[in-house]
Design a protein around this ligand. Structure first.
Ligand code: CA
Length: 400
């Protein structure tokens, strides 16, 4: 019993460390009363506020999911074999065929090739299988807005969700989604809905949960307004020449296809790059030992949707596979594991201490951390591929 009590207090102390001081100071009921007032001053009707917020309680599971930390970060290989496996490609081809008329109509109106819409659909909700969602959106967002870790962001999402209800697009009972408030076939958060969702079938309601016409058009509208071009592809896998200068890797370096060709970059199957006037960057998601890709403007648009380079390459690969293009020739090193969350943090701490800007220490090695790694590699005389490997961490522990 004594041990149990101690453990209980230890857990409370641990919780206080991750939870900002103000989070538990305002009881949920008081917080909700204040939120109601704000919603009314923002012009949301009393009827909607009552229907949506009466009886709303925080969801413990949502807090749990928000605090969850992955044990290991995923390697490119692990990510790709999970997101774009043979089952998903087969299912995607079926969905592309089944919905072809609608996809073509929406694709023509907004300027998006159908296979890309299906690729986003596949990665976001397994082609709509998860579109209905599990968590009631208002309660999930209220939980996160009250919790205090990112309360301003989630409060804005919650007010946007109330606005959607007030406009009558969906009932509070049907407004469900992910634990973090992403909703419908393409997992739009409420502010994305407000900015891009559209009523394709003209029935006066935007239903991204149960109506594929509205869902496809909303996703297409997002993409086209974020710069998508339907006469271009996302990019392509390439082969680098022996002795290639890895300082040229990264989203920040842009060259024309002609310039890349002069540097010896070739199509993965061996031919010359297309002779068109296009600007491209080179990415190497698993470092010098893995595959390399030239990415075009549409890839940057995919990154407006989701900032992850892995995600962008998964969209590109899935879209390609749906129309019969080959799989990537390699996914990079096989046996290696990704960094653990703690190792990712240590890497960022060590880089920061050495004067390289990782954009914060959060254990998630994103684009900014990769740039810092590349900078370190340059100064340390290593191949500057920006790849966050276990070997690189060991090297970092020895200093510059
Ligand atoms: Ca509609």
């Amino acid at each position: 019993m004594r041990i149990l009590v101690l453990t209980f207090f230890a857990a409370l102390i641990a919780l206080r460390v991750v939870s900002p001081a103000h989070a538990e100071e305002v009881p949920f009921a008081d917080w909700l009363r204040d939120l109601r007032k704000e919603a009314l001053t923002k012009g949301i009707s009393e009827r909607t506020v009552n229907a949506a917020l009466t009886g709303v309680e925080p969801i413990a599971r949502v807090i749990e999911l928000d605090r969850r930390q992955p044990e290991f970060t995923w390697t490119f290989r692990k990510y790709m074999t999970t997101m774009v496996n043979a089952d998903r490609v087969a299912k995607g081809r079926e969905k592309l065929a089944q919905n072809h008329a609608l996809l073509a109509e929406v694709g023509k109106k907004y300027g998006i090739q159908p296979q890309y819409l299906v690729a986003f659909w596949g990665l976001e909700t397994d082609f709509g299988r998860l579109a209905e969602g599990y968590f009631p959106t208002v309660a999930a967002l209220a939980t996160l807005a009250h919790d205090g870790r990112r309360s301003a962001f989630f409060r804005e999402q919650l007010l946007a969700a109330l606005k959607i209800l007030d406009q009558g697009h969906i009932t509070p009972e049907r407004m469900k989604g992910s634990w973090a408030g992403a909703m419908g076939h393409f997992q739009f958060i409420p502010t994305t809905f407000a900015a891009y969702a559209t009523d394709h079938d003209g029935d006066g309601k935007i239903d991204i949960w149960g109506n594929k016409k509205d869902a496809y058009a909303s996703a297409a509208n997002f993409l086209t307004r974020s710069g998508w071009k339907d006469d271009e592809i996302w990019g392509r896998e390439v082969i680098l020449p022996r002795g290639f200068d890895f300082n040229l890797v990264g989203m920040g370096v842009k060259k024309t296809l002609g310039e890349w060709a002069k540097l010896g970059v070739r199509r993965v199957e061996g031919g010359n790059l297309p002779d068109v006037d296009m600007s491209a960057s080179l990415v190497a998601p698993s470092g010098a030992q893995g595959p390399a890709f030239l990415i075009y403007g549409n890839f940057r648009t995919i990154m407006v949707w989701n900032r992850s380079i892995f995600y962008g390459l998964a969209i590109g690969q899935l879209a390609d596979r749906l129309v019969g293009k080959p799989a990537f020739s390699t996914l990079g090193p096989d046996a290696e594991r990704g960094l653990s969350f703690e190792e990712g943090k240590e890497m960022q701490e060590r880089l920061t201490a050495l004067g390289f800007d990782t954009g914060g220490v959060d254990g998630v090695v994103g684009a900014k951390s990769r740039d810092a790694i590349q900078e370190f590699q340059r100064k340390a005389g290593l191949t500057p591929d920006g790849y966050p490997s276990v070997e690189l961490l060991e090297r970092l522990r020895k200093g510059l």
